[in-house]
Design a protein around this ligand. Sequence first.
Ligand code: GNR
Ligand code: NI
Length: 171
Amino acid sequence: MARLPILRYPDPRLHSVARPVAGVDERVRRLVDDMLETMYASDGVGLAATQVDVHERVIVMDTSEQHDRPLVLINPEILKRSEEMAVNEEGCLSVPLIYDRVERPARVTVRALGRDGQPFELEAEGLTAVCVQHEMDHLMGKVFVEYLSLLKRDRIRTKMLKKTRDELRGK
Ligand code: GNR
Ligand code: NI
């Protein structure tokens, strides 16, 4: 396993649209394992392949309290969205230290392939529903800050560019 570098907003590669995985083979399983290692090492509850510059429809998540229930979604599709909406505070490993409220359907039903290539369905609510929608947005090239006002997004872009510059200078 290996930790992979995570793209930081406003990197244009975060806006690439991922293509479906053709088959769950050894290469895809290695990607999944590296993404899980990267997610756990970064204290994230989810990670989309887009964030590690792989533009294929692969997501890893773990919203369990003990961080011991990895969830792998390959070629995920949303089958159902609740009419009820919910507002939650979101963060993103690609936009470190920024948290803001986003409104989304409260519950979703998702169909995907697991790490074993077998299809399954997930009925998600709470943080799991937030996370799966946040990750599926990444696969479509969308970052959560795009739900915020242009003013906020602009401030975030400036802050992220400065943070990256400071880190490169060793500050
Ligand atoms: O670790 C993460 N936490 C989180 C919190 C609230 C809503 C969404 C998320 S996903 C995020 C990891 C990440 O950036 N996934 O793309
Ligand atoms: Ni994210």
